[in-house]
Design a protein around this ligand. Structure first.
Ligand code: NDP
Length: 474
């Protein structure tokens, strides 16, 4: 249950930089309106939107009808986050919103293009808006945080020159999803799965994040980014860490994040000159025709990668990660494939392998779990059939809508709970895993991206890649 942030004696202001943008309109405003309707926003919360567009309070309030219920608490100021003069005006506006007396807490949300993070953070420092003598100051930074290890380190350095690490909340909205959190409950609040959760019983793990969408109008951005930066460095590695981590001693930010960082540390780095053995790049057939994309582009819109976690629990268990654009389905799934029984008593058809149990964890769209096991076919003599135990959120909690990830993340940031946000060392470790693969893909000796048809499951080479390991995508 998401709880309302405690009331404070004074005011709490959420300052959204980039208040006229897409993320604000599509995610932040609906999340705030929904939290308000559930009575979960701090009672003293004020919201100040900042962007260069010339809007007034009324126009900002008109973004969404449901948002109107909050209207007396919504303010807008046009300003450029790179201008110290404008930040001084934001400071004055905040002072007028906050009034006198009590503590004045502020959550700064950078819903800005990543190229502006650095100047926004420095500006908050130079204008002394980060100082927390009269209330807490926190900073939410959207993804992507850097484009490689070097730039992520530089951004972390700028952030740390202005804020303490415990004030910085780096978003990976996957962590705000209910099923992702439920993965931890599933693993650590049940006694029956954890004893099996290791190399003795698990053959391998598959993590798939597939998208049906192409790159839309984001050609310029995407061609510089590619699937490894866009999806692997953040979402896929986050999912992997939650599957592979040791139980933290408490459900608390530092304990959780320490365990996640240990997993990232333990992931065997792929050498750039060896990338062809461990990763398959793909590109959907019409990608080079998209506007903003170079006609000779070798940017991967798909990748399949085999990773190993070199520790006691996971030695010898491959983690297969894949993600791509223009694929058949939009879905996010984690499949735990258990080992086959060591000896088969029951007859198998000629083309049948000894069956193995699988646990499928669906993160989206239909959030839930499936556990596959073998049953005897009625009346037939010792014939087996695969059956499933299923749990679906929408059936089990019917009538209870699953909150959008941003509701949870906004509330956690307001409450100061960083458990579902990414720490600086976590981000850097993740880049250090993905950077050599990106570098490897760009070497002349590396395979060029294999073409795949839109609406397929990616290049056939990704299937062959699994076959050479004696496995298949599930
Ligand atoms: P947009 O380009 O739609 O919005 C950017 C916002 O920044 C606009 O409000 C723009 O308004 C404002 N802005 C630009 N320059 C300045 C400036 N110098 N000073 C103040 N405001 C400025 O981007 P998105 O909303 O799509 O993305 C924002 C962030 O969220 C990005 O980091 C993105 O990667 C991330 N993100 C977005 C998602 C989405 O679904 N949109 C999903 C996940 C992450 P104006 O021109 O009026 O100043």
């Amino acid at each position: 249950m998401i709880e309302a942030a405690p009331d404070s004696n004074g005011s709490t202001t959420l300052v959204i930089f980039g208040a006229s943008g897409d993320l604000t309109r599509r995610k932040l405003v609906p999340a705030l309106a929904s939290l308000h309707s559930k009575g979960r926003l701090p009672l003293d919360l004020q919201i100040l939107g900042v962007a260069r567009s010339d809007m007034d309070d009324e126009q900002f309030r008109a973004i969404l009808a449901e948002w109107a219920a909050l209207s007396s608490r919504i303010h807008y100021l046009h300003g450029d986050v790179t201008s110290l003069q404008d930040l001084e005006a934001v400071k004055d506006k905040l002072a007028s919103i906050e009034g006198n007396g009590g503590s004045h807490n502020r959550l700064y949300y950078l819903s800005l293009a990543p190229s502006l993070y650095r100047s926004a953070m420095s500006g908050l420092g130079e204008s002394r808006m980060s100082e927390d003598f009269d209330g807490w100051r926190r900073l939410v930074v959207e993804k992507p945080f850097g484009t490689d290890l070097t730039s992520a380190r530089e951004l972390n350095d700028v952030a740390h020159s202005v804020f303490r690490e415990d004030q910085v909340f780096r978003i990976d909205h996957y962590l705000g999803k209910e099923t992702v959190q439920n993965l931890l409950v599933f693993r650590f609040a049940n006694a029956i799965f954890e004893p099996l959760w290791n190399r003795n019983y698990i053959d391998h793990v598959q993590i798939t994040v597939s998208e049906t969408l192409k790159i839309d109008e984001r050609g310029d951005y995407y061609d510089q980014t590619g699937v490894l930066r866009d999806m692997f460095q953040n979402h896929l590695l986050q999912l992997l860490t939650l599957v592979a981590m040791e139980p933290p001693h408490a459900f608390e930010a530092e304990a959780l994040r320490n365990e996640k960082v240990k997993v990232l540390n333990a992931i065997r780095r792929i050498r750039p000159d060896d990338v062809g053995r461990h990763a398959i790049p793909g590109q959907y057939r019409t990608y080079r025709d998209e506007s903003g994309v170079s006609p000779e582009s070798d940017t991967a819109t798909y990748a399949a990668v085999r990773l190993h976690v070199d520790n006691w629990r996971w030695q010898g268990v491959p983690f297969y990660l894949r993600s791509g654009k223009a694929l058949r389905n939009k879905s996010t799934e984690i499949i735990i494939q258990f080992r086959s029984p060591p000896h088969m008593l029951f007859p198998l058809a000629d083309d049948e392998d000894i069956p193995a149990n699988t646990l499928a964890i669906f993160v989206q769209p239909d959030e839930g779990f499936h556990l596959e096991f073998q049953t005897k076919t009625p009346e037939a003599e010792l014939q087996m059939r695969t059956a499933e135990l299923e749990f679906h959120y929408h059936e089990a909690f019917s009538g209870q809508a699953i909150p959008d990830a941003y509701e949870r993340l906004l509330l956690d940031a307001l409450n100061g709970d960083a458990s579902l946000f990414t720490r600086s060392d976590e981000i850097e470790q993740a880049w250090s895993i993905v950077d050599p693969i990106i570098e490897g893909f760009s070497l002349p000796t590396a395979p060029r991206p294999y073409y795949y048809s839109e609406g397929s499951w990616g290049p056939v080479e990704a299937d062959r890649f699994m076959l050479t390991d004696g496995r298949a995508w599930l």
